[in-house]
Structures are given as structure tokens and as C-alpha cells.
Design a protein. Structure first.
Length: 363
């Protein structure tokens, strides 16, 4: 029997490609410590993304992988989580109380972007993160209804407002400040100004992620928002049909122009599941999201079905992931949330908050 070495453990771990990160744990830099006592191994990981619902699967996968090392004894694995801040566009100030902002865009309406946004926020929370959502669609705010939340936000000082809380998700929307049936007849500058106020004047509390549900389209308003609002990364939502993919490509190109990295694509309404018999078919076509991901060299984060339960849930303020967190559909959202946040964890980090502010005064 030979003693196990740290080097032999690292060499074996390099053979295991972690699905969320898309690379091995050694290259990804998530191995915090390896302790070896003759043949026994104690491994500690530090993940930069929330994955509470995945820990047991990951631990078992790593034990199976390390079991291939000759003469290995007991294997102990611990997983820690450390979600840090990541950089935003140059010249744009980050906001207190928010580590990361993820913009959800579609390029066109009707593809289920807002439904995806709220369930993705809830999925990140289910995996262990503190999450908020900003409804950036001034003309058609939908997050208050989807979250089952209403009423005007509180203000303790008359200058700032407290986010509304529903399902432990912090949220802010113009929909909390106006009647649901009131149309917003505003020009572009008024919209961007209102949105900047909603974002900057809200007392967000220690968020790991703020999901920004962008309005559909790639026009002046969307471009201005992306230039003025701090965004760590973006996700594009599309359906498989060609007309949706055309606009999704425009959304990707818009983010390129404003130097916002795209984490990947979510193909919504990928298949239709019959509520009566369970039959599944591609009524909007197939393979569009995968084709776009290959064209731009970005990840296809996941494919979501067109299911009546998803629509019914958000219509009555009971999103699927909040009400049935362990259902098959919710597990799809949670897998997408892990992949997206894992990709973000490997991007450039923002260390500005770790340095003291230096003030020079003339006495």
C-alpha cells in the first residue's frame, strides 16, 4: 500500500469536469484545501456560486472520481460558498448593498422573459443566495403581479424607499407606485431617469444578486439603460422560432457594444407539454438556442418547456419555483441558476469595496 499525495489527488480531480463551471475544479480555482493523512483525504471546496441543492450530488461525484486513486482510504469533502462582487461596465458606479447585477433581456416581447426572470431569482434564492429583482419595464411592469405583491413601498426618510418583500425576494417596480391600469405615457429620458431612481433610491439589503428584468427590444431606451445601470453580466431569453432568434441576436450585439459579458442563452418554450396526456412536442421549432450559442460562442444555459403550470403560477402571484421548489420544472430553473452564477463566478472580480477610501483635506 502506498501513501496518497496531494499531487495525485489534484491529478485525479483534473479528470472531473464540473457541469456548472464547465471545467475541472483545479483549473477553476475552487479547491481551498487538500489534507492527506497517509491514505485518507480531506477535501475542502470554496464555490463562488450558490448550489445548496447540488452539494450532495457534487460530493458523491467527487468521491466516485477519487475512488479511482489506487489504495485511497476514507474521503471527506466539505463545501463552502463565497459569493463575491464582479466588475461592471467601465465608468458606471456600483451600488451599495448589491454584489452582482444580472440583466435578463430578450430583444423582443412575448418570449417569457419576465416569467423567466422571477423564477430565476427564486431559483438562485433556493440555492442559497440573497436575491432581489428590479422590474425595469416602466411601460409594462409585471413583477408585482408575478410576485403576488402590491402596495406602495415604505420610506423612513422621505428620500429613499424600502424594497417590497415577497417569498424573501426583495423587489422594486414602478408598478408599486402607480395603479395597475394606469398607462405610462413617458418619453425615453423620463423612463431612464425613473429607472435610475428606482435602482439608486431603493435600500437594497446585502444582495448577492440583483436580477434586472429589462424591457423588450434593443432601442435607445435599452441601450441607455445598459450604459447607465451597473451590470455584471447578462442572460438572453429566446424561443426556438427564427423570428425570436433574430431579435435575440440583436440583444447579444447590444451587450457587446456596451461591454457587458453574456453568461448564456435560455431557450424558453422549447417544447410544449400537454396537460392532459403529457405528450411533448416542439411547436416553435427546435435547436434555435443551441445554434445561436454556437454562433456566438456562449453557453446554452438550459431549455424550458411551455407548461401551463408556469403561466398559471405567475398569473396568480405564485411562481413555480416558490410554490413547488422540488418539482421537475423548478429543478430546471435551479440548474440554470447554478450554471449562470457559476459562469459569473469565473469572471473578473471587483475588489474596490475591499480598499479604504482615501480623503485628502487641506488644513
Amino acid at each position: 500500500m502506498t501513501d496518497i499525495t496531494r499531487e495525485s489527488i489534484e491529478a485525479q480531480l483534473k479528470n472531473y469536469i464540473e457541469p456548472c463551471l464547465g471545467k475541472d475544479l483545479v483549473s477553476a480555482g475552487v479547491i481551498r484545501d487538500i489534507k492527506v493523512d497517509r491514505t485518507d483525504v480531506d477535501l475542502t471546496l470554496r464555490l463562488g456560486f450558490p448550489a445548496d441543492g447540488y452539494h450532495e450530488i457534487l460530493i458523491q461525484s467527487l468521491k466516485d472520481e477519487l475512488g479511482c486513486v489506487p489504495d485511497i482510504g476514507n474521503i471527506s469533502i466539505q463545501i463552502e460558498t463565497d459569493i463575491t462582487s464582479h466588475t461592471v461596465q467601465k465608468g458606471v458606479q456600483t451600488l451599495p448593498g448589491i454584489k452582482n447585477t444580472i440583466a435578463i433581456a430578450s430583444g423582443k416581447g412575448g418570449v417569457g422573459k419576465s416569467t423567466t426572470s422571477v423564477n430565476l431569482a427564486l431559483a438562485l434564492q433556493a440555492e442559497g443566495a440573497k436575491v432581489g429583482i428590479l422590474d425595469a419595464d416602466i411601460y409594462g411592469p409585471s413583477q408585482p403581479r408575478m410576485l403576488g405583491c402590491s402596495g406602495k413601498p415604505d420610506s423612513s426618510d422621505g428620500k429613499t424607499i424600502e424594497p417590497k418583500l415577497s417569498y424573501n425576494i426583495q423587489s422594486m417596480s414602478i408598478g408599486y407606485l402607480i395603479d395597475e391600469d394606469t398607462p405610462m405615457i413617458w418619453r425615453g429620458p423620463m423612463v431612464t431617469g425613473a429607472l435610475e431612481q428606482l435602482l439608486g433610491d431603493t435600500n437594497w439589503s446585502d444582495l448577492d444578486y440583483l436580477i434586472i428584468d429589462l424591457p423588450p427590444g434593443t432601442g435607445d431606451i435599452q441601450l441607455t439603460l445598459c450604459q447607465k445601470i451597473p451590470v455584471s453580466a447578462a442572460i438572453i431569453v429566446t424561443t426556438p422560432q427564427d423570428i425570436a432568434l433574430l431579435d435575440a441576436r440583436k440583444a447579444h450585439n447590444m451587450f457587446e457594444k456596451v461591454d457587458v459579458p453574456v453568461l448564456g442563452i435560455i431557450e424558453n418554450m422549447s417544447t410544449h407539454i400537454c396537460s392532459q396526456c403529457g405528450h411533448e412536442e416542439h411547436i416553435f421549432g427546435a435547436g434555435g438556442g443551441e445554434q445561436m450559442s454556437k454562433q456566438y460562442g456562449i453557453d446554452l444555459l438550459g431549455e424550458l418547456p411551455l407548461d401551463i403550470k408556469i403561466r398559471e403560477g405567475v398569473d396568480c402571484g405564485k411562481p413555480t419555483v416558490a410554490i413547488e421548489p422540488e418539482s421537475d420544472i423548478s429543478l430546471l430553473y435551479r440548474e440554470i441558476a447554478r450554471k449562470a452564477s457559476a459562469r459569473l463566478s469565473m469572471m473578473a472580480k471587483d475588489y474596490s469595496g475591499k480598499f479604504p477610501k482615501i480623503v485628502i483635506e487641506n488644513n
